[in-house]
Design a protein around this ligand. Structure first.
Ligand code: B12
Length: 451
């Protein structure tokens, strides 16, 4: 049997935004030796479609595994990557009509059944993580009914098997660096750290817009710090990778695991740098110092709301004070900081927009002194099927139940659609003033912040 593993195009930004296909690489490591395999990340080719054709014609696979990571982008870009999966599946079907097409990946998992309806060339799909399910499937492809999380076709119907237990994080296979070469990703990634590293899976927070708990489970599955650092060490020694991004929903929770990880990194003294998403209310002077000593290169925050009401609506379980305190902390330490916020949340009015603007100014003011703010990224909230916020909008009749959420649907009332751009302009000016060493041009006094 010949198996082709394909990462389909993940972005409209082309090679400037490539990230190592960690999920597919781990699956590749689980392919039994008797199966002949080949890997292809279409994002590495200037002409990904011609490359897919070339690889298929040359290799003539019996099975093609398509990894669909992203369906649509953030940061104000209006685009859908549905065509990545659709065209790839059609091309495979046209070139090797008898090959089995199996799809999976984060974006596939979020829209599994809907994608199976939309892309009829796909024979089978997997919802959720793949290590155990994929190996089980490959051990006997004639028995898809045994594979947890698998969607299969039965004439006109789609049958979804119940999910299985999550893999223990200390048992995840090493990435298959022969099939997916890390070195290919180290050549000038313009975006973030191209190499992901997993410290945990799952999320026990219940933020109202987010489906991470659906993707990885509602409990945190922690990976031993020793195993995490082993993987980083292997990648450093074999491929000279010295910058990693933690793929965890939140890297600094739980606190003891995070601190143990930092201590392990310090102990091994690998001379590597890393980044990750931090939760503001779990950050303290001690663990930030420890993180910096262990190689922290930049802090990513996703505070998400700029008003108390917004934080409550999103069920963030923290306060504006936590966001500002964390900003003070990273400014005091002068560490590069990135912030993500959602604007135009449901129920927003002129007053709350003003409040959000004031809190943004406070944040900018805090960072202006240190000049450590890398970027503030604003988004409108993307409505995902099944997310608590989407269900609430449906309940309150603020969303047409017939809306097809496969296509990017954002909550962005026309009345306030200027807000994102206005806030971006404020941040831009603040960044320019800070870079040029000029005092911020607003009158907010940080001391006045209600504590
Ligand atoms: C870490 C992360 C990032 C990091 C990546 C850093 C890095 N160097 O890797 C950063 C911050 C850079 C990032 C950027 C983006 N991301 Co992101 N990211 C994630 C996150 C949190 C984890 C992804 C990950 O690596 N997981 C670990 C690996 C091992 O798991 P995996 O990829 O899911 O693979 C497993 C399964 O999916 C399955 N599987 C995978 N492929 C296949 C194939 C087959 C055939 C089968 C059977 C199974 C299977 O098995 C694998 C092993 O268990 C996910 C959310 C999440 N919890 O999944 C979002 C997520 C994937 N990102 C998302 C998006 C949108 C983006 C961006 C497009 C945002 C933007 N800039 O506009 C960019 C795109 C970057 C790119 N070129 O791909 C979305 C995608 C959904 C959507 N709306 O499209 C997600 C789901 C977050 C969300 N909004 O809900 N991201």
């Amino acid at each position: 049997m010949k198996l082709l593993l394909v990462q389909v195009p993940t972005s409209h930004l082309g090679a400037g935004e490539k990230v190592y296909p960690l999920g597919l690489s781990r699956l590749s490591a689980r392919v039994p030796e008797k199966i002949e395999k080949q890997g292809l990340d279409m994002n590495l080719s200037p002409d990904p479609w011609a490359r897919l054709q070339e690889v298929i014609e040359d290799f003539t696979p019996h099975m093609v595994a398509l990894s669909f990571r992203n369906l649509d982008p953030l940061a104000g870009h209006q685009a859908s990557y549905l065509s990545s999966l659709k065209t790839a599946a059609r091309l495979v079907r046209a070139l090797v009509p008898r090959a089995v097409i199996l799809a999976g990946g984060p974006a596939f998992s979020l829209f599994g059944k809907r994608l199976m309806q939309e892309v009829t060339e796909i024979d089978l799909g997997l919802i959720g993580e793949g290590e155990s399910a994929f190996s089980l499937f490959l051990s006997d492809p004639s028995r898809p009914d045994r594979v947890p999380g698998l969607i299969r076709r039965d004439r006109e119907k789609l049958i979804l098997n119940p999910p299985g237990p999550g893999i223990s994080m200390d048992e995840i296979p090493k990435p298959d660096t022969k099939t997916f070469l890390p070195l290919d990703y180290m050549k000038g990634n313009a975006y973030v750290a191209a190499m992901g590293i997993e410290g945990k899976r799952g999320c026990d927070l219940h933020c109202a817009y987010c489906l991470y708990p659906f993707l990885g489970g509602t409990c945190l599955r922690l990976r031993s710090p020793g195993k995490i650092v082993d993987e980083m060490e292997m990648l450093k020694n074999k491929f000279k990778i010295n910058l990693f991004h933690f793929t965890d929903g939140v890297v600094n929770r739980p606190r003891d695991h995070f601190e143990a990880l930092c201590r392990e990194l310090i102990r091994r003294n690998l001379n590597i740098a890393w980044t990750g998403f931090f939760r503001e209310d779990s950050l303290g002077t001690r663990n930030l110092e420890l993180a910096m000593e262990s190689g922290l290169a930049a802090v990513y925050f996703s505070g998400d709301a700029l008003t108390a009401r917004g934080l409550k609506l999103l069920n963030k379980r923290m306060e504006i004070k936590d966001i500002l305190d964390a900003a003070r902390l990273t400014s005091d330490k002068g560490i590069l900081t990135m912030c993500h916020f959602l604007v135009n949340l449901p129920g927003e009015d002129g007053k709350s927009v003003e409040e959000a603007g004031q809190n943004l100014d406070r944040l900018l003011e805090i960072h202006a002194r240190a000049g450590n703010l890398g970027a503030v990224i604003f988004n409108h909230v993307r409505l995902y099927p099944g997310a608590p916020l989407t269900r609430r909008l449906l309940r309150n009749k603020n969303l047409d139940p017939d809306t097809d959420l496969l296509y990017p649907v954002f909550h962005n009332p026309v009345e306030f659609s200027h807000v994102l751009h206005e806030f971006e302009a404020r941040c831009h000016a603040a960044g320019v003033f800070s870079r040029l060493g000029l005092a911020p041009d607003n009158n907010i006094n940080d001391q006045e912040i209600i504590r």
